[in-house]
Design a protein around this ligand. Sequence first.
Ligand code: FES
Length: 153
Amino acid sequence: MKTRPIALSVNGHCHTLDLPPETPLLYILRNDLGLNGPKFGCGLGECGACAVLIGKRAVRACTISVAAAEGRAIVTLEGLGTKDKPHPVQQAFIEQQAAQCGYCLNGMIIATTALLLRDAQPDESAIRAALSRHLCRCGTHIEILAAARRASE
Ligand code: FES
């Protein structure tokens, strides 16, 4: 496959890598940059486990190419907060004990953060709409919704 230098801005750091432009962003985040917050779930844009923030949107990193992400500010779960100092959305998810297996939480947290960037006080329907295309196979939707509500308080 033909490669070219691609400059990616991830969590405030610039990385220039020689890549095939059509490479899914998720592969580079996880395999080259060691950022395992975004998860590989379906690889088809269906589950939301791989979401990252680009601007104020939650974008599925398995379906966006590195070429399409080039020059845009990408924020992964690792760029939101730290273990010692979680982002308020992460803190709300911890306090509501929203994780069961935890695989979906990256997408849930990124989607909630994106929503709050666009609307600081979303109503219930806006929260549900923002999370509706994020799948949780454990069924902890009640806690996840509670966490998203708490984050918006
Ligand atoms: Fe990207 Fe499922 S892994 S949407």
